[in-house]
Write a protein that binds this ligand. Structure first.
Ligand code: ADP
Ligand code: MG
Length: 320
């Protein structure tokens, strides 16, 4: 007999509540934000074939499903507290559920983020997580806060997840350690939660890079009614990407997607505070350009010469 819906929930997705007033098992979960704190919430839907390959290790999928949501909290500077999990499963596969739950719980525990509820149904494999975080009133990092003259930074490195995707598609040959590293970037992104918290009161705006750096920067520029200059070859990339032809490097770093790094701005007089925030979070950050009063985006190469090339961010309804 396969596990039924309620046995499945009890076995894999139920733990006694920690901070929540009420967790899994009733009609609603109950959360009590601390006095003076705001609740931040965000939701991401992952569909097999569109967001992940059917062959992905379920442990990595459990990790990534939560990681992409924690990345949204990070981009707001919110501290994760809880999440819900809606799951559509084609069948009850206990080996798959063991792996998925292990990856999910490991990341949840690392961030003190508890599972408080969800929904479980039979259907094509899909995972929808909603996260809840908290932050002091008015402290959220928004897309609308960039000002002319601010420096533009990105955390970590970008482009490796796209490199791995191209390797899976067969458009780029990648082997050995280079493939292993790129695949880790794609399947096991690290949400920059500590950096987001450290940037509260320092960064003027922030967004997480999920659909490609330039596309996501475009959201900040429109919301903030400003423009930007980017020194394209200063955008940080990992060794496996730096070994590729320059055109591939530029495409992957600027329009790659699935990076889950933070792209943020700060007034130039806060540069030392930015570096201190990065050091306290244990994450590298790189200045890649600046915000301008002129709208639009200007790209330059290492010699300062303008680049005319267009790079499109990812759009689910315009994707080929
Ligand atoms: P409802 O009928 O209100 O939708 P369900 O019978 O679907 O409730 O779920 C029973 C309980 O189990 C609820 O508290 C719900 O939040 C929780 N739950 C269902 N699926 C999951 C899941 N995948 N992970 C965590 N909790 C879940
Ligand atoms: Mg239900």
């Amino acid at each position: 007999m396969p596990l039924g819906e309620f046995d499945l929930i009890a076995r894999y997705f139920t733990r006694p509540p920690a901070r929540a007033v009420l967790g899994v098992g009733d009609d609603c979960a109950l959360l009590a934000p601390a006095p003076g704190m705001q609740l931040a919430t965000s939701c991401d839907l992952l569909i097999e074939g569109r967001h992940f390959l059917s062959t992905v290790d379920p442990r990595r999928l459990g990790h990534k499903a939560l990681a992409v949501n924690l990345s949204d909290l990070a981009a707001c500077g919110a501290r994760p507290i809880a999440f819900t999990l809606a799951l559509a499963l084609p069948q009850v596969d206990e080996a798959w559920l063991d792996g998925f739950a292990a990856g999910l719980w490991a990341l949840a525990d690392a961030h003190g983020c508890e599972l408080i509820g969800g929904d479980t149904t039979q259907g094509p494999l899909a995972i929808c997580i909603t996260v809840f975080g908290e932050l002091p009133q008015g402290a959220a990092l928004l897309r609308s806060g960039a000002r002319a003259g601010d420096d533009l930074y990105v955390s970590g490195t970008v482009g490796s997840a796209r490199l791995a995707l191209e390797a899976f598609r067969g458009t780029i040959a990648l082997a050995g350690e280079a493939f292993t590293q790129a695949r880790l970037a794609m399947e096991r992104p690290q949400p920059r939660v500590a950096l987001g918290l450290a940037l509260r009161g320092v960064a003027s705006s922030a967004i997480d890079v999920s659909d490609g750096l330039l596309g996501d920067l475009g959201h900040v520029l429109r919301r903030s009614r400003v423009g930007a200059e980017i020194e394209v070859d200063a955008v940080p990339r990992a060794r496996e990407l730096a070994a590729q032809p320059l055109a591939v490097q530029r495409e992957c770093t600027l329009a790659g997607g699935d990076d889950y790094e933070l792209l943020f701005t700060a007034p130039s007089e806060r540069a030392a505070a930015v570096m201190q925030a990065a050091a306290s979070a244990g994450v590298g950050v790189t200045r890649i350009g600046r915000i301008t009063a002129d709208p639009g985006l200007r790209l330059t190469d290492a010699a300062g010469a303008p680049l005319a090339q267009a790079f499109a961010g990812f759009d689910h309804f315009r994707a080929a």
